[in-house]
Design a protein around this ligand. Structure first.
Ligand SMILES: Cc1cc2nc3c(=O)[nH]c(=O)nc-3n(C[C@H](O)[C@H](O)[C@H](O)COP(=O)(O)OP(=O)(O)OC[C@H]3O[C@@H](n4cnc5c(N)ncnc54)[C@H](O)[C@@H]3O)c2cc1C
Length: 449
């Protein structure tokens, strides 16, 4: 028996299937949309944005064609305003809070795409909005060059610190480069944004440096004035069912990473795909499998749509891509000799609420059934780097997450600060950016007050 793999996409097919889901606004469309904004006093959209961008103010500046001023308003609060404009779940953040939602037949302001319109102008015209303060003689180590680490590094550098970023991979960006769906953001944009962030000076990124492996965190704590951890999360947990080692079973994070690094070469996808889990990562894996050419994609989840962790925008994307949800279904076995040929599942029903407050799924006896599939993608969330974190003496964790003071991002070790997915268990890019910014201010306060 041979594996049923779909043919690899040509460059043209890839560009078509993975084209921008939220394309940029034209000048006319941006002006029209900006002039629709009511510029509310006490605007709810500002509160709903985790980085508290003054949204009415940046939109007003678009309306008066002051794009530089508009981008400054955005990026002073959120240095990754360009990325967030593309990838934020705006429907549940700023746009979800827009007062137009309360007006029948009106639609909320397209805040995300207006934000992109203003920030793109800065990148396209190579305008540096920020200037570093005079060197203050202090130095900080940042562990991880993802959104949290880069945001922290930028703010610290602005305040006059010398920042050294230790990154275990050979490129910066974290999940911006390795995790976000390719139809939301391009590698080219991620690289441009990182270049923008580091070009203010005072930031050195050391690549292929894994703290805990080739760099000792204790050495960093001894030789720097402060250390920030923004290491994110690791792989998806194992399913712990037979057949998991078969060819054609992927970790969603690895699958998406391969796709982002080398979409036309590294990723082979079966004709029928089963994605296990129903969080945002599962949806990203499923929609991208479909766009790679899979004929059928199942999203298998042991609870119902009511308990599904994915947000409504991602859920609708999956429906639009014709992925099929199998609710109240749990995999029990992956079947095949060397590669995946089928997956055995069992039907579930919901019992009493468990410790998470959600009703517990219980298998229904003798309800097993087989699905013929060629690829299985495991997307059960990500586990924290507990092996590394538990070895840091004096560092308090809560369920594998680093415990911090939410105002300063200081951990139980006074010189050590943390932010991003490693403290919140996996939220959005915008949360990581805000944490990095708060940590930089927390470090500044600790050192200079
Ligand atoms: C598949 C997927 C899709 C997503 N889609 C969206 C989306 O559409 N919109 C959205 O807003 N959010 C999305 N997110 C969430 C978002 O990507 C994260 O919240 C955000 O990237 C977290 O930033 P971070 O800096 O904390 O961690 P990361 O982005 O994970 O960055 C951590 C960095 O630390 C490095 N590192 C790790 N360990 C070490 C070490 N020991 N030493 C040195 N370096 C180390 C890593 O290589 C990495 O570069 C998605 C997440 C996933 C997994």
């Amino acid at each position: 028996m041979t594996r049923r793999i779909v043919p690899k996409l040509s460059k043209e097919e890839y560009e078509k299937n993975f084209s921008d889901v939220k394309p940029p606004l034209s000048k006319d469309a941006a002006l029209l949309e900006a002039n629709r904004c009511l510029y509310c006093y006490d605007a709810p959209c500002i509160e709903a944005c985790p980085t508290h961008i003054d949204i009415p103010s940046f939109i007003k500046k678009i309306a008066t064609n002051n794009l530089k001023g508009s981008a400054r308003v955005i990026m002073e609060s959120n240095i990754m305003g360009g990325t967030c404009a593309r990838v934020c779940p705006v429907e549940i953040l700023c746009e979800g809070a827009c007062v137009y939602n309360n007006i029948k037949e009106a639609k909320p302001i397209d805040i995300g795409r207006l934000q992109r319109y203003a920030t793109d102008y800065i990148f396209e015209n190579n305008i540096q909005l920020f200037k570093r303060e005079k060197d203050n003689g202090k130095k900080v180590a940042v562990i991880g060059a993802g959104p949290a680490g880069l945001s922290c590094a930028h703010k610290l550098s602005m305040l006059g610190y010398q920042v050294t970023v230790y990154e275990k991979k050979d490129k910066a960006g974290g999940l911006n480069l390795y995790g976000l769906a390719a139809y939301k953001i391009t590698n080219e944009f991620v690289e441009k944004e990182i270049e923008y962030i580091t070009s203010i000076g005072g930031i050195e990124i050391k690549y292929n440096q894994e703290v805990g492996k080739n760099v000792d965190i204790q050495d960093l704590l001894n030789s720097y004035d402060a250390v920030f951890i923004g290491i994110g999360l690791g792989k998806t947990p194992k399913l712990n069912i037979p057949g998991e080692e078969l060819e054609g079973v992927y970790d969603a994070i690895q699958f998406i990473e391969n796709l982002r690094i080398n979409p036309l070469e590294k990723v082979s996808i079966g004709e029928v795909v089963a994605v296990i889990g129903a969080g945002n990562t599962a949806i990203d894996a499923a929609t991208q499998a479909k766009r790679l050419g899979a004929k059928k994609v199942y999203i298998i989840y042991r609870r119902t749509q009511n308990e599904m962790p994915a947000n409504i925008y991602e859920y609708n994307l999956a429906l639009k891509d014709e992925c099929e949800f199998l609710w109240l279904t749990n995999p029990t076995k992956i079947i095949g000799d060397t590669f995946v040929e089928a997956i055995e599942c069992i039907r579930m029903e919901l019992g009493e609420p468990d410790s998470s407050g959600r009703r517990m799924p219980i298998p229904i006896k003798n309800s097993e059934f087989l699905l013929k599939v060629d690829t299985v993608i495991k997307a059960l969330g990500q586990i924290s780097y507990t092996n590394f974190l538990t070895k840091i003496q004096g560092l308090e964790l809560d369920k594998g997450r680093i415990k911090v003071n939410p105002e300063t991002m200081q951990t139980s070790i006074p010189k050590l600060f943390a932010g991003g997915d490693c403290i919140n268990g996996g939220k959005e890019t915008v949360n990581a950016v805000q944490d990095g910014k708060l940590a930089a201010l927390g470090i500044h306060k600790m050192i200079f007050s």
